[in-house]
Design a protein around this ligand. Sequence first.
Ligand SMILES: Cc1cc2nc3c(=O)[nH]c(=O)nc-3n(C[C@H](O)[C@H](O)[C@H](O)COP(=O)(O)OP(=O)(O)OC[C@H]3O[C@@H](n4cnc5c(N)ncnc54)[C@H](O)[C@@H]3O)c2cc1C
Length: 338
Amino acid sequence: MAEFDVDLFVIGGGSGGVRAARIAAGYGARVMVAEEYRMGGTCVIRGCVPKKLFVIGSHIQHEIEDAAGFGWLIPQVDFDWPTLVANKDKEIARLEGIYTTNVEKSGARIVKTRAVFEDAHTLRLLTGETVKAKYVLIATGGAPNHGPAIPGIEHVISSNEVFHLKELPRRIVIQGGGYIALEFACIFAGFGTDVTVIYRGDNILRGFDEDVRAHVRAEMERQGITILTGCTVNKVDKPGKEFISHLSNGSSIASDLVMFAIGRHPNVANLGLENASVAINPNNGGIAVDGWSQTSVPNIYAIGDVTHRINLTPVAIRETTPTLRPRCFPNRKSAPSD
Ligand SMILES: Cc1cc2nc3c(=O)[nH]c(=O)nc-3n(C[C@H](O)[C@H](O)[C@H](O)COP(=O)(O)OP(=O)(O)OC[C@H]3O[C@@H](n4cnc5c(N)ncnc54)[C@H](O)[C@@H]3O)c2cc1C
C-alpha cells in the first residue's frame, strides 16, 4: 500500500491554490485540493473580479455625462442595481466553473469541503475522511478584519457582504483608507450614492507615494466624496431604518449603510496548525515562511494572503513557481504549461 494518498494536498482553491494544484498535477503529481466555499477564492468570488465589474458599471455614468460633448444624444437613462448584482453573480458563477474545470482537466481532484491538519502529513476533511499527503500547501487566504468590537459592530458590513446588497444605498459611510475602501467609495459615488470615508491616519493610502495620495484624495473630493481623516468610528447606532456612526471627533453621520474595510487577517484559525507544528510569523500573524514559501515544517508550504505579506493575486499566483519546481519536483526538467 502506498505510504501517501496524494503527493500534494492543497488547502484552499483560491488564486494561489488553484495554480499550484494545476501546475503540480501537470508535473504528474497526484494532487487533491480542498475548497470549503467556492472555487476561485477571494479574487474571483468576492474580490478583484466582482469589484472590477462594479468599477466598470460605475464608470459608465461618467461616459454618459461626457457623451453629449461628443455628439451623442442620449435620452434619459436609469440605473438598476439588482440587474448589476444579478449579472455580476452570473459572471462569477461562469468563472467559478472555468476554474473548477481547469483544475479537474489538469488531473487534480477537488474536494468541496474544509480541511484541517491532524498531523504534518494527515489532513482531516469535514466529511470525516482523512488524507495522507507527502507535501501540503496552505493557501487559505485571508478574511476581512473589523478591528475592535465597538458598540454596534453587528450593523457594519465588510467587502464580503457588499457584493450582495439588495439595493443601492442612498448614503454610505466607509471606514478605511486602503485601496479596497477607496475603490468602493468611488464605486458607490459613481452610482450616485452620497459617500463619506473615515480614516484614522492623516491621509488615505498609507504607504503609497505622497503625490499619489494627495492626487487621489483631491480627485475623490472633486467627485463629491467626503473624506474625514484623523478620526475613527467609535459606535454605530440603528435607531430606526438608518444608521448613525459616532466618530472619535465628537461628530456623527447618518447613513443607510456602514462598511468597514480596515484590513484583512490571514486565515490561520482552526486549521490545526498546532497539530502539525507549523509556526506563525509573530510580526504579522500569518504563517511564517522562508524565501521558498517553506514553513517551519519541511513538507509544508504556504503561499498568498495566509502568509500576510503582499496580499495581491499576482503575488499569490507567482509564489507557486519557486515553491513547486525546485523543491517538490526536483527531477522534472520542463515545467508544464501555465
Ligand atoms: C474586495 C477585494 C478586492 C481585491 N482586489 C484586488 C485587486 O484588484 N488586485 C489584486 O491583485 N488583488 C486584489 N485583492 C486581493 C486578492 O483577492 C487576494 O490577494 C488573493 O485572492 C489571495 O489569494 P490566495 O490564494 O492567497 O487566497 P484566496 O483567494 O483568499 O483563497 C483562499 C481559499 O481558501 C479557502 N479556505 C480557507 N480555509 C480553508 C480550509 N481550511 N479548507 C478548505 N478551504 C479553505 C477559502 O474559502 C478561499 O476560497 C482583493 C481582495 C478583496 C477582498
